[in-house]
Design a binder for this molecule. Structure first.
Ligand code: FAD
Length: 551
């Protein structure tokens, strides 16, 4: 495997400065990552820059579902449901270890706005639009079967449920595997490189001017076409380009809360209606259960998104009113995250009514911005925008690249033919861990995160001078992420490459100094830098459990 690492940062920057790219992408979220893979795999000379870490924006803060969006059926958005719904299976095939089939249970209560009949028809249409076949098609369960499937649902008022197919993933891992795949096709992708300005030749954009956060210097990169895939920051770049006119973004904030699985021991992912008519998800993951989300207009600092106490109370009380026996308390929350949906403003519509469809705006100077959309639809968004660039290159430079190949490109970490192979591989990893005297609980965590790359992580443990099993595993993972996943800061690793911060925070507590020391040694940190990074990490570990009072 070729190194994708900050240890090569200076040579990557040299290349960025000396190449005239076909396409430069601003933003390393799922949208930019998908575009980078599509363009690079067609043979375009492609660069991607990200101001922070890859996936540090909305693409690590979602509900982490690859789903068709059942609720959009209610808004008659059939086209979007069909498009996104069909993508689910494709994305699952591209990374079956990372995009996991997940049956969703939709309980029907006597006070639900939709009864068993309407839910049955709704789910049937949902399956039809998304082309769901065979055993994956929805099943309606009566009261007894529902209680058997999910004993936590109270019997009172229960009529039955619909059980239907979705997929769950880790959004940040999906993004990094796309970026690594793009890198394997020759894309030059770099994080901690912030676009501050655009350069022009005769009123046409011909490049970007960046601030390199690592070396604190200016880096200029030239390209024929520039795509602004900056998510919630799309309008900031349009402003720099003097093209923020007409349509603009509308940001909607959503939060999620995580508790120990034992506190909310659901057997199933559940999608349920709450008293105000909104729908919430509950999703079990490893030893945790997470739930959300909210949908509120947002106009504060996009780089620091606090979690309001009132949103937390709202979600906790929704859980308690659906599952009174659980008696969830705010103190039970072990972590949380908040993200911003970069939606396109529609006059007179509330946050939850605004369409999630994507749109492309091209400015008179040539900045191509893309906004809206869903994690699930990243691939189709990429096909659309790279087709547009391909046509432009053809017209202006008389050169034509091929059609999109991404339907057939397995993402990094995938060498499985189907999901069954993934489960067999988890068993194999479980045996290896047993031999190394490491908890087998890590087997599915490792395989769902890294896929086949788990082999080299395990091999690295076997080779090292052993001390403590779990610490050795952590070190080996970190080594992999520094060398092959462009990890530069502790939170890149703990928050976005592994999700340990949110879902397995107990596994970090005693290892903070070990983790920081690995960074210190790899990146020649001074003692002062060590202290700064230590404070950032410790602050974050407390911030994910602390909430702010609303203004
Ligand atoms: P981002 O992920 O925000 O990426 C943009 C990137 O651009 C950022 O990393 C940012 O740092 C970078 N950037 C900004 N300015 C600059 C600059 N000047 N220079 C360089 N880089 C820059 N979708 C689903 O399909 N399923 C779900 O379950 C789901 N749940 C959601 C739940 C919530 C609460 C939210 C908020 C969204 C959810 N979505 C879901 C939607 C999905 O998460 C988003 O559509 C998607 O992540 C947006 O990705 P993006 O790449 O466009 O934006």
């Amino acid at each position: 495997m070729e190194q994708f690492s900050h240890l090569q940062r200076s040579s990557i920057i040299q290349k960025l400065e000396s190449t005239n790219y076909d396409l430069i992408i601003i933003g390393g979220g799922i949208t930019g990552a998908g575009i980078a893979l599509d363009a690079a795999s067609r043979g375009m000379k492609t660069a991607l820059v990200e101001k922070n870490d890859f996936a540090s924006g909305t693409s690590s803060k979602s509900t982490k579902l690859i789903h068709g969006g059942l609720r959009y059926l209610k808004q008659f958005q059939f086209r979007m449901v069909a498009d996104v719904g069909r993508e689910r299976k494709i994305v699952h095939k591209l990374a079956p270890h990372l995009v996991l089939p997940e049956k969703m249970l939709l309980p029907v209560l006597s006070n639900s706005t939709m009864g068993m009949f309407s839910i049955s028809i709704g789910l049937k249409i949902y399956d039809f639009l998304a082309g769901v076949k065979g055993d994956d098609r929805r099943r309606m369960l009566g009261k007894t079967k529902t209680l058997k499937a999910e004993p936590l649902i109270p019997e009172k008022n229960l009529k039955g449920s619909g059980l239907y197919a979705e997929y769950r993933t880790d959004d940040a891992r999906l993004t990094i595997e796309l970026i690594k795949s793009a890198f394997q096709y020759g894309a030059d992708c770099l994080n901690y490189m912030e676009v501050k300005d655009l350069s022009y030749d005769n009123k046409e954009i011909n490049g970007i001017v960046c601030h390199d956060h690592h070396d604190d210097k200016t880096v200029s990169i030239k390209g024929k076409y520039i795509i602004n895939a900056a998510g919630p920051w799309v309008d900031d770049l349009r402003k720099i380009n003097n093209s923020k006119k007409g349509k603009h973004l509308f940001l909607s904030k959503g939060i999620h809360l995580v508790v120990d699985w034992k506190k909310l021991p659901v057997q199933h992912s559940i999608y349920f209606e709450i008293e105000d008519g909104r729908m919430l998800f509950i999703i079990p993951r490893d030893q945790s259960t997470y739930f959300g989300t909210t949908d509120t207009p947002y106009s504060d600092d996009k780089d620091i998104i606090n979690i309001d106490f009132k949103d937390v109370k709202y979600l906790v009380s929704a859980i308690n009113s659906m599952f009174p026996a659980v008696e969830l308390k705010i103190e039970d929350i072990k972590s949380s995250w908040a993200g911003l949906r970069p939606l396109i403003y529609e006059e007179g519509k509330s946050a939850s009514e605004i369409s999630r469809k994507d749109e492309i705006f091209t400015s008179s100077t040539g900045l191509i911005s893309i906004a809206g959309g869903k994690l699930t639809g990243y691939r189709k968004m990429a096909v659309k925008i790279v087709n547009l660039v391909n046509n432009k290159i053809n017209k202006k430079y008389n050169k034509k690249y091929g059609n999109s190949e991404t339907l057939k490109i397995p993402l990094c970490g995938n060498s499985f033919t189907n999901y069954n192979d993934v489960t067999v591989y988890i068993d194999k990893i479980s045996n290896s861990l047993k031999k190394l005297e490491i908890s087998t609980d890590y087997a599915s965590y490792l395989v769902h995160n890294y896929g086949i790359q788990t082999d080299s992580i395990i091999k690295n443990i076997s080779g090292s001078g052993r001390s403590n099993g779990e610490l050795d595993l952590l070190r080996s993972e970190l080594d992999h992420c520094i060398n092959f996943e462009m990890v530069y800061k502790p939170l890149d690793f703990l928050e976005r490459r592994t999700g340990r911060l949110y879902f397995w925070s107990d596994s970090i507590g005693n290892c903070v100094s070990e983790i920081l020391t690995v960074f210190k040694n790899n990146f020649n940190w001074t003692d002062k830098k060590y202290k700064i990074e230590e404070k950032i990490l410790i602050d974050k570990m407390s911030q994910i459990r602390n909430f702010t009072d609303s203004k």
